[in-house]
Every structure is written in C-alpha cells, then in structure tokens.
Ligand binder design. Structure first.
Ligand SMILES: Nc1ncnc2c1ncn2[C@@H]1O[C@H](COP(=O)(O)OP(=O)(O)O)[C@@H](O)[C@H]1O
Ligand SMILES: [Mg+2]
Length: 250
C-alpha cells in the first residue's frame, strides 16, 4: 500500500480537486484506492456523493473506537472507496493532542487497510497543525498544488523548511502547478521559471471551467468530460506520479 496526501498550507489551491481526480484515475486503472477526507468541510465527500456523516465523529476515528473499515463507504466508481469527513473533523487536532504519540496515529489508523487498498490518498484541510504532522507521519508523498504566484511558491519553501526539522521517516514533497491560466503573463512566467531547488512536476493543471463544474456534476472530471483540458491535466499528473508508486503499475 502506498500513501499520498494532497497538502498545502494554503486553501483554494486545488488540493481536493487533485485528490478526487487522482484517486479516480488510480481506481480506474485497477488500483483499489481509498480517498480519506480529512477536511471538516467534507468537499471530497461531497464531490463523490458520500454523506458526510461519521459515527463517533473525528474523535471516534482518532481514538479507534471501532474498526476503520466500518467508517469507509463505497463510491459510484469501481475500486474507489472513501473515508468521509464531517464537521466534527474540525476537532481532529484536539483528539490527536490527547494521545501520547499523536503524529503516528493516522499511520496506525490506516495500517490495517494494507490488505484492502493499494493506494490511500489523504485530502488535507489547509493549514499546518497536528493533523498535518500526523499526515506527514503517514504519507510517503505529499502532493502540493501551487498556484503560479510568488506567495504560493513561498509556502512551499515554508513547508520544506518545516519538514527539514522533522524526524524521519518524512514524506517526499512533490509540487505541481494548479489553476494555471496560460493567458496570464505572470502565470506563464512563474511556470516557466520552474524553481530549480524544488521537485516540481511537469504536468500543469489548467484553470478550467470543467474542473469547477465537478461541484455541480459531483464526479471526477474524467467521468463527465474525459477529453477536456482539465481531464488531460490530471491524466498527465497521474502519469507522472505512477513511476513514484511503491509498486509501479506494470
Ligand atoms: N483547475 C481548476 N480550474 C478551475 N477551478 C478549479 C480548479 N481546481 C479547483 N478549482 C475550484 O477552486 C475551488 C478550490 O478548489 P479545491 O480543490 O476545493 O481547493 P482546496 O482543496 O485546495 O481548498 C473550488 O471551487 C474548485 O471548484
Ligand atoms: Mg480541499
């Protein structure tokens, strides 16, 4: 089982859109995939038409009151399951803080799922909190969307600096450009001047209306607009990530 997380200190950069689309593409390729929604807003749960209701709430999950498998829901898509989030997840930090080794807990929660899933993707809430640290303890790869602005690139530097001080094992940071508008000169300039000291993928997710429409269709973009620019962007992103999988698809 491999573990990715879409993560950024910033909100509204396309974390959830990437998590949902990548999880869908992995599942479509035959990988049993679990998307874990960690955001109290429950956007990933909403986009995959799963009720954001978790028995026992975030606290129950963190305290491992019942098997994690009981909280997992099937989606409309083969091979793709979801661990939904509800509003109680706003207190995940508090629940983690009550534990002796909070940053290990997410890894422990998903450990029993290794038999069931080939890929787990955490869709994180923005910010840097104890939950984020628990994600850093559980994920092997952090996928960080960056919108083409200096501020966004700066948050990537902040993340790298933070991780540099963390104990191992720590995740690889893999960034990609998101919400790119090729008509805007600044966007083109930032994308073209790929910072050499970061791992930035070549695939670029364009700002595209069909990606926005996911909120209306409540489905991954490839499921309703397979040949659109948005769908092609996520396909390129997934293609670039595949060789990084612990067990690359043959
Ligand atoms: N590539 C894109 N093109 C157009 N709109 C996008 C794109 N990616 C995300 N959005 C829209 O931007 C908003 C934030 O995206 P989301 O994936 O929820 O970001 P995050 O999870 O980082 O907060 C949503 O309304 C979403 O529909
Ligand atoms: Mg989100």
């Amino acid at each position: 089982m491999d573990v990715f997380a879409t993560y950024s200190i910033k909100g509204g950069v396309g974390k959830t859109a990437a998590a949902v689309n990548l999880a869908y593409l992995a599942a479509e390729q035959g990988l049993p995939t679990l998307l874990c929604d960690l955001d109290p807003q429950g956007s990933a749960s909403f986009l995959l038409r799963v009720k954001p209701k978790v028995r026992g709430g975030g606290k129950g999950l963190v305290r491992r009151k019942r098997p994690v498998l009981d909280a997992i829901k099937a989606t409309d898509f083969t091979n793709l399951d979801l661990l939904p989030a509800d509003f109680s997840f706003r207190h995940l930090d508090l629940a983690l803080d009550a534990l002796k080794h909070p940053t290990r807990r997410l890894a422990q929660i998903i450990e029993p799922l290794a038999e069931e899933y080939e890929l787990v993707i955490f869709d994180c809430a923005p910010g840097i909190s104890l939950v984020s640290e628990a994600v850093f303890g559980a994920a092997r790869t952090l996928l960080v969307p960056i919108v083409p602005s200096t501020l966004s690139v700066r948050t990537l530097d902040q993340l790298n600096a933070f991780l540099a001080d963390q104990p191992s094992p720590k995740p690889d940071v893999v960034a990609f450009f998101s919400l790119v508008d090729q008509r805007r000169r600044l966007h083109r300039e930032v994308v073209e001047s790929l910072p050499v000291d970061h791992t930035v993928l070549e695939a670029v997710i364009p700002a595209a209306s069909e990606v926005e429409r996911m909120g209306v269709e409540r489905a991954p973009v490839a499921a309703f607009a397979p040949s659109s620019r948005g769908a092609r962007g996520y396909a390129a992103l997934w293609a670039e990530l595949q060789p990084r999988l612990r067990r690359p698809i043959s």
